[in-house]
Every structure is written in C-alpha cells, then in structure tokens.
Design a protein around this ligand. Structure first.
Ligand code: NAP
Length: 314
C-alpha cells in the first residue's frame, strides 16, 4: 500500500485530511507526521508545511515531497533536503482563480483610488475624486511572471478588457498578451505598463528586482500590486516612489517580514492598501484533490506539473 504522511495544519485537522483522502484515493494509507508508531521506511509521499529539519531526510523510501503551499522555501531551507527527490508546489485551479480574483480587485482599486475612499471613510470625510478614473481599456497591466499563477492572471485580465503585457525568464506565448522575456525585455515591458502585478518567485535573480528606477518608469497613473514575495520589492524605494508620487498607488499582500510589524512605515504609506497575505489560499479539499492527482500520476511514472526546479530556484 502506498503511504502518505501528513504534516499540515496540526493534529486537529488531520482527521479531515484522512477523510478527504479516504474519499479521493481509498487505496492510500494516510499517516500523521507525529504518529509514534510511524516507521520512516514506510513513507512514500510527504505532504508538508515547515517540516522539522532532518525528518524528511530520515525517510529513505520517499518518492516525492508535496508542499501544502505554493512556496517551497519551508522545505528547501532544511540543509538536509535532498534535491534528488521531486518537490511539488501547490497551485491547482482554486489557487489560480483566487489569485486572479484578488488581482482584478487590486487593479480596479488602484484605478479608482480606493485607498483614498478608505481613508475618507475612516475620518468621516466625503472624498470626491482628484482625477477622472482611468478606463480598463486604456490601462495596461504588466504581469511579471507568467507561470502557473501569472499566466492565468494575464488571461483573466485580458478577458476583463485590459491591455496586458507579460514578462518571464523565457519567451512565452499567451493569446492577447504582449510577452517580453529576460533582462533584455524588462525595460520595454515596464515602460509599456501602467500597473505592475508581481507574480515572480523569489530567487537570487528576482530578489530586490523592483527598485525606484523600475517603479518610476511605469506609465502614469501607475500602480504596483505585489502578491508574490515581499523581498522582490526594495521597500525604501517603494516608499520613496509613493512619497514623491512617481508611483501613484500600491496594493501589497506580501512583505519581507510577516506579519508586517506594527512599526513598519508601509502601514502609513500614501495611497496604499495592505492585506495580510491572503491573496490566494486553496481550501483543504482542493489541495487534497491536487495531491491525489499528483500521487496517481507519479505512480504511473508520468511527469507532473508544478515541480520545483532546484537549478532555477523555482
Ligand atoms: P511559477 O509557476 O514558478 O512561475 C514563475 C514565473 O516567473 C515563470 O513565468 C518564470 O519564467 C518567471 N520567472 C522566474 N524567474 C524569472 C526571472 N529571473 N526573470 C523573469 N521571469 C522570471 O510561480 P507561481 O506558482 O505562478 O507563483 C508566483 C508567485 O506567487 C510566487 O512568488 C508565489 O510564492 C506567490 N504566491 C503568493 C500567494 C499569495 O497568497 N500572496 C499565493 C500563492 C503563490 P519562465 O516562464 O520563463 O519559467
């Protein structure tokens, strides 16, 4: 019998995982991570969030590690993590739809200056507009990262009537999206976009990529939506661009330090909406469906999507 060990959400939610897998894949043996009777040699697959360093390496027959989240840094930070074992990210349909819904909300909020209304409401002040709102048909959205999430988000933006540009490491083709690639394509991509939506992974190449220079080269009125990782944006540059109005507004869901410390100046940055890393989080049943489909495909010897590539770091 194929055995899956689960460390995701604690022992209170383990019975729910067990029940979900019993319905989806009755032939799977599902064991709890902290079960003292678990023999590490028995484990074929591990579904994890922040496993204690060394525990996965002690499972000699492990065939794949499934991250319960889209990010995998909680696994790769373990110095004993083996690059030879496939590591699969979470990112099924529900994750994509939630992300696209959030990005649409964020882009429309920037276009309509929603942060100003929020401020006015907090003070009981009737805030009329400073400028005529831009139209979706004349607001170009630039999606940085055209992977599992960025590619889907770009398509949803096209369907909503926005002109859309996209940027990735390698050349991509998405209907209705003007695609740019690599460092050579970055300047033209940025100069063509009003609102930048960041959906890049965090790697050595992307950390600190969004600087004052990038933000101030966007078309006006400009905006930033960061739903990827806080470290991709240079925080001091973002604050400077918002202060001097070279960036008109921002919607931020991710931060270098989370939860965002109470002392962070970002809380009080002008024309900025802050959300607590909630852009996209799939339900447990949706995650269980992806895990079951992944295990089935791996058992048949097939390639699976969303496999982490240690060479490129995403
Ligand atoms: P993904 O499938 O790995 O896609 C990454 C994309 O970024 C690919 O298009 C890739 O280019 C591009 N890329 C990577 N390095 C690049 C570079 N140096 N220059 C240009 N493009 C580069 O990632 P994903 O699953 O869509 O996730 C995107 C981000 O969303 C991640 O940071 C993830 O942590 C975050 N996320 C956030 C939330 C939330 O709630 N806020 C939820 C889920 C995920 P190629 O196409 O050429 O490979």
């Amino acid at each position: 019998m194929v055995c899956l060990v689960v460390r995701a959400g604690g022992s209170q939610v383990f019975p729910h995982w067990k029940q979900l897998f019993a319905n989806l894949m009755p032939e799977l043996e599902v064991r709890e991570w902290d079960d003292p009777t678990l023999d590490p040699k028995q484990v074929d697959y591990a579904l994890v969030w922040q496993p204690e360093p060394g525990r996965l390496a002690a499972m000699p027959n492990l065939r794949a590690i499934l991250s319960v989240a889209a990010g995998v840094d909680h696994v790769t930070c373990d110095p004993t993590w083996s690059r030879a074992i496939p590591l699969i990210r979470m990112g099924e349909e529900e994750t994509r739809v939630q992300m696209a819904d959030y990005v649409l909300w964020a882009v429309l909020s920037l276009m309509r200056d929603a942060a100003r209304w929020q401020e006015g409401q907090g003070q009981g002040v009737w805030v009329r507009r400073e400028r005529r709102p831009a139209l979706s048909s004349s607001t170009q959205v630039g999606v940085m990262g055209l992977g599992s999430l960025g590619g889907y988000v770009a398509r949803r933006l096209v369907a909503a009537g926005f002109p859309v540009a996209g940027w990735a490491r390698t050349p991509r083709q998405i209907e209705g999206v003007v695609c740019y690639a690599g460092q050579d394509g970055l300047a033209a991509f940025v100069a063509s976009s009003h609102i930048l939506v960041c959906l890049l992974p965090e790697t050595d190449e992307t950390r600190g990529l969004i600087t004052y220079d990038v933000l101030s080269r966007l078309r006006q009125p400009s905006g930033l939506v960061n739903v990827a990782r806080g470290s991709l944006v240079v925080e001091a540059d973002l604050l400077r661009a918002l202060e001097d109005k070279s960036l008109h507004g921002a919607v931020l869901d991710v931060f270098e330090h989370e939860p965002l410390p109470q002392t962070s100046p970002l809380w009080h940055a002008p024309r900025t909406l802050i959300t607590p890393h909630i852009a996209s989080e799939a339900s447990r049943p949706a995650r269980a469906r992806q895990v079951a489909a992944t295990i089935r495909a791996l058992e048949r010897g097939e390639e699976v999507p969303l496999r982490y590539d240690p060479q490129h770091g995403y």
